[in-house]
Design a binder for this molecule. Sequence first.
Ligand code: AHR
Length: 614
Amino acid sequence: VDYTVTVDPSRTGAAIDDSMYGVFFEDINRAADGGLYAELVQNRSFEYATADNKAYTPLTAWTTTGTARTVDDDGRLNARNRTYLSLGAGSSVTNSGYGTGLTVRKGARYDFSVWARADSALTVTLADADGALATPKRVTAKGGWAKYTASFTATRASTTGRLSVATTRDAALDMVSLFPRDTYNGRANGLRKDLAEKIAALKPGFVRFPGGCLVNTGSMEGYDAASGYQRKRAYQWKDTVGPVEQRATNANFWGYNQSYGLGYYEYFQFSEDIGAMPLPVVPALVTGCGQNQAVDDDALLKRHIQDTLDLIEFANGPVTSEWGRKRAQMGHPKPFHLTHLEVGNEENLPEQFFARFKEFSAAIEAKYPDVTVISNSGPDDSGTTFDTAWKLNKDADVAMVDEHYYNSPQWFLQNNDRYDSYDRGGPKVFLGEYASGGNTFANALSEAAYMTGLERNADVVKLASYAPLLAREDTVQWRPDMIWFDDQKSWGSADYEVQKLFMRNVGDRVVPSTATSTPSTTAPITGAVGLSTWATSAAYDDVRVTGADGTSLLDDDFSGDAAQWTTTGSGSWSVQDGSYVQSDEAAENTLVTAGDPAWHDYDLHAKATKKSGK
Ligand code: AHR
């Protein structure tokens, strides 16, 4: 097929904001602890609990010798950091970090710290099975809870390091920590350099944080002094700022404990460091992500709204304000320039959500009229929830709506024109999460094709972020992901390269173009499909799905017989000449597997004949 593209530079299209393409950071796949947060010690505060995760105990990632027990009593470090380790005279405790152990590099510096209540000499050792990795250090603890530090220089490299603390007398220990000195931008309590550098290399226009389902799922209550600890609570920013030993820990939605060592101050700081706009998401008192509960508690709603106003003050307020002062105390007297903030994530209950959203936005707009308050449209790209949410947002003249969708590459190829028909007078779009279901080159290509449609509609689509951003290879709750890592290295996916290409080359303005093709009646398309769903649309008359090498599905060991496949949608599929063929003109069909869930590992190819005139 010959395509002719006509570009007329004298015509001007939409202006494209520099901040259009950004990143979506969620603490999923151990993106924070064991990931971007450079802390090498796992469970440093002994707060892991079986109630959070059956595999956990307060001694997860620790081994002990001699007399050692974890204690939660009045002798604790503080009300938020409840459990500590009681170590008898002559005993020791050893941490194995994440994965295979602590990764240390020859010649690099490592900063140790511990909170101790003791009159004792503590010996701190960094070693692996082959012996010492650095000269052991001795610190002398005296009296009540106090912080002690030491620094190591690694004499050789290891990926199986262990950090040990031994005591000569009875001691209480908490917040046992080891950080590489070489963090991103050299910050204390900082970020793992290679990961932060990969994100920075994208030159993202914004950083959306801290999630995702992580934000609004779980209890909406904050820290509860009466019960001691409210686990799996929604992500509340005040839990995550101030000295790290005074921050709460939380059982997170994705099944592991989060330390909040990487908290709101660090998110703002990182955004500033990489020249990106900070874009926080706060919980809306409706639990999305499959939980679907609206919390009816006026006092609680008011507190959350006040917390959100306080968040804006923390980011932007003068040092004379209560929360601006706290920011200054943490090391940043200048404001962080927050301009956008989202309330809620993937809300399944549009009416209930919107009632709460209106209260948040009214309070924010009254006090901070320059801050754009972003709403959302639920978990999907279409359907009743989506339509209801959009209508509510439109009728109320909301400034911007967050859309999320995870679809097949085929969907991305076929829906390039999605925003061409969006109401130019309606809310702007923040495409806060999208991905095409795999990390293959074909996935990345389909996303690139789709992004040209986003950009063409830059007057409507103001912000867009692929999701999720990070995945630790041994702890994956969600795939695909943009950047992958283990303890030693990190690598970008093909999708990462596409994002980088777009983010680093944001144009100033769309130049309208048209494309025509000949012949228009039978334009075959071929695309690799790597998903558990595969859709066709009314644009195509005849669709065949075959194996990557051109062999028919029937001959392939992965697809077998028709019983392994079912279809959704109104069209019908049949087996012809060894392929699955869809030949009626149904609005949409999806071919899904009913059998082997691993079928999407195979590279399927779709061939369709374009419908006359489309
Ligand atoms: O990006 C992973 C998850 O997908 C997010 O937590 C959620 O918002 C969406 O469903």
